[in-house]
Design a protein around this ligand. Structure first.
Ligand SMILES: Nc1ncnc2c1ncn2[C@@H]1O[C@H](COP(=O)(O)OS(=O)(=O)O)[C@@H](OP(=O)(O)O)[C@H]1O
Length: 431
């Protein structure tokens, strides 16, 4: 039902308009990537880019296993036991988690590049406040769902240990493994420095395209590898307007996140200057044109239209809705699209507009099928052995122990930088 696929025959390296490569000799595309998917920061759009790259290049993506559903049992701190055994050893990891460097070091290849994304604290908090209004009690107990009222005295509504309180203060910090309630300036300085040491690139949602250009240069990817459409957007009627004075209150309440944002916004611009702002601007233009061509290749001249979930016929394209009080839009395929044969690239066209939850479930299914084809007679116990032995051969004995522990012991509580072990892993998760 789609036009002949949207794969571009694009060779950016031959174009004189692009930024010079940072490597003196041509290098293969980098494929070991840990993307920390932070909340309400355009991270679903980045995840979709990474999922499609993994599929095109036949790379294993570490995916959540039971009982985590489509994210790594967030808000628990990440643990390798949350990874589905059919998706180990992975090359890419990108589903929501609370960052845990020690566990990722055991799971991921040694040459893994760490990437994440941040968003300006005021617009991010407004998005969190609206999206999680019915989940997060700190927000739910505010009269009339008023952001102004919450910010007048957050401590009247906020209970740090409550479930989903992680969405109500310094959520970026929490996602990065830090302490959302520790606002001592020394702590903030050290935490920002630690994030800077671990992550090779911190993207900024407000400069999404520029960040993607940095990403493609860091990874030695083609422009074609980072084409995207925006995912997981709210309708304008779901957005609360921020009266003057609110952004400053939001920054004060989320002071660790604000410090992170300021630091990495500045470092993004230093990186852009190093690459050359002129050539970055040209690459951004090429990216937008190439996206246009990709969409035409995929869908013909009628691009998929932004629609509310109830208007989207294909359930694989309906975005998850957090509550009746907020509307997340997705894409409806044009009705007069021609019915072609279902090739791989057509599949990729659909995935370009596929929301996070459905794409994760499809990958969980396809990676399990691939695994079972390779190991037709294995029992669930045995499924862990190849991963264990591969990692063992690589000399990573501690991962072997983690995996072995995972099949004999109950879930651990949150550990490094954790949630003080109070939350239960629940099957029903927010996105
Ligand atoms: N490319 C690009 N550039 C800038 N902003 C973008 C982009 N793609 C998505 N978005 C906006 O990101 C918000 C959704 O973020 P996430 O996907 O990280 O949310 S989630 O935590 O996974 O639910 C959501 O913000 P709000 O609409 O304000 O809620 C999206 O509109």
């Amino acid at each position: 039902f789609l036009h002949h696929g949207g794969h571009l025959n694009w060779t950016m390296e031959t174009s004189p308009m692009v930024c010079p490569s940072t490597s003196p000799t041509p290098t293969p595309k980098h494929t070991s990537i840990a993307f920390l998917k932070t909340h309400k920061t355009a991270s679903s759009t980045v995840q979709n880019i990474l999922f499609r790259f993994a599929e095109r290049n036949n790379l294993t993506v570490a995916l959540p296993g039971y009982p985590c559903d489509h994210q790594f049992c967030y808000p628990h701190t990440f643990n390798n036991r949350f990874v589905h055994p059919h998706t180990v050893p992975p090359k890419i990891i990108t589903s929501h988690m609370r960052f845990n460097r020690a566990e990722l070091l055991r799971l991921m290849p040694n040459d893994t590049i760490y990437i994440t994304i941040l968003r300006e604290p005021a617009s991010m908090f407004e998005s969190l406040f609206s999206y999680y209004n019915q989940y997060c009690l700190s927000f739910k107990r505010v009269p009339n769902g008023s952001l102004e009222t919450f910010l007048e005295n957050p401590w009247s509504y906020y209970r740090p240990e409550e479930k989903y309180a992680v969405y109500a203060r310094n959520t970026l910090t929490y996602d990065l493994g830090g302490d959302k309630d520790q606002t001592d300036p020394m702590y903030i300085r050290n935490f920002v420095a630690e994030v800077d040491r671990v992550f090779s690139l911190v993207m900024i949602a407000e400069y999404f395209d520029e960040s993607l250009i940095l990403l493609r240069h860091l990874l030695g990817w083609e422009l074609e590898d980072v084409l995207y459409v925006k995912l997981n957007m709210r309708t304008s009627t779901s957005k609360l307007s921020l009266s003057s004075g609110l952004p400053a209150k939001i920054r004060a309440w989320n002071s660790v996140d604000a410090a992170l944002y300021d630091h990495f916004n500045a470092s993004l611009w230093r990186k852009l200057e190093d690459l050359g702002v002129g050539c970055v601007a040209r690459e951004v233009q090429l990216l937008q044109r190439a996206t246009d061509r990709l969409l035409r290749g995929c869908f013909g001249s009628n691009f998929p239209q932004l629609r509310s979930a109830s208007q989207i016929k294909n359930k694989n394209l309906r975005p998850w809705q957090p509550s009746s009080k907020v509307a997340i839009v997705g894409y409806e395929l044009p009705s007069n699209i021609s019915r072609g044969s279902r090739g791989q690239s057509q599949d990729m066209c659909l995935k370009l507009i596929m929301p996070e939850v459905q794409y994760t479930h499809l990958l969980q299914h396809s990676e399990s099928l691939r695994y079972r084809r390779k190991h037709p007679t294995r029992t669930p116990m045995q499924t862990l052995r190849p991963a264990i032995s591969t990692l063992h051969q690589q000399g990573r004995k501690d991962h072997k122990e983690t995996l072995e522990r995972s099949i004999t012991s109950p879930p651990l509580g949150a550990e490094i930088g954790g949630t003080r072990g109070t939350q239960q892993v629940s099957k029903k998760q927010t996105t």
